[in-house]
Design a protein around this ligand. Structure first.
Ligand code: SF4
Length: 210
């Protein structure tokens, strides 16, 4: 099989059967032999011809949607919480808010986010840079996980958050990370170097006593 290349700046939404047929037609038109749908909702294709890239991306954008432009690299979510019997909290609304979160850019390194619909954690939030997991009907936020060469279980930053609080705390975590991390330093290495206590002091600033 020929090498696969990810399509930049586009991600896959849930595809209808018609979308899947359109994707198939586009791939045939551009002589793509193999496709892979990645866990991060990206599309990787073989036989990419640079001369055709712009035309291909234009056609793919009719069935795919733009990636977030706020520095978040990927958001792993349950495929469709409405069809999973285990769902505790719907992931679609909070995922849309993450995609539209206003953050300082550029981020020092990749930011992989996972949102799970229940404690079974199919999207593996504890090995992502940011993880959101339902505990009861509230969100738990974790930071600094990594599943790569140097695996690390994320630190729990807070629990019992409503959706607004979870989004706001995600933003604060990433603002502090963006300000203090070295270039190319993933959140896992950053939190080990910066220290969890120092990090929490920054994201939960103490109120001035009157
Ligand atoms: S994390 Fe829970 S809700 Fe999401 S797909 Fe897995 S079992 Fe279903």
């Amino acid at each position: 099989m020929k090498k696969l290349h990810p399509i930049p700046n586009l991600q896959l939404p849930t595809l209808s059967i018609n979308d899947l047929e359109s994707l198939h037609t586009i791939c045939k038109e551009f002589n793509i032999e193999h496709i892979r749908l990645t866990p991060g909702n990206q599309l990787s294709l073989s036989n990419l011809d640079e001369a055709d890239n712009q035309a291909l991306i234009k056609k793919l954008s009719t069935v795919m949607k733009p990636m977030p432009t706020n520095g978040i690299t990927s958001i792993h979510t349950c495929a469709d919480c409405t069809t999973c019997d285990n769902t505790t909290l719907d992931t679609s609304q909070i995922t849309a808010q993450l995609e539209n979160l206003i953050l300082p850019t550029p981020m020092p390194a990749k930011i992989k986010v996972a949102v799970a619909g229940c404690k079974r954690c199919c999207t593996m939030p504890l090995v992502r840079d940011i993880g959101l997991t339902p505990i009861g009907k509230r969100w738990r936020l974790s930071f600094g996980g990594n599943g790569g060469r140097n695996p690390r279980i994320a630190d729990i930053i807070a629990e019992g958050l409503n959706e607004i609080e979870a989004i706001d705390l995600t933003r604060r975590c990433l603002v502090v990370y963006q300000k203090h991390a070295d270039r190319n330093m993933r959140t896992s290495a950053f939190i080990d170097k910066f220290g969890l206590i120092t990090f929490k002091d920054k994201i939960f600033p103490k109120k001035e006593s009157s």
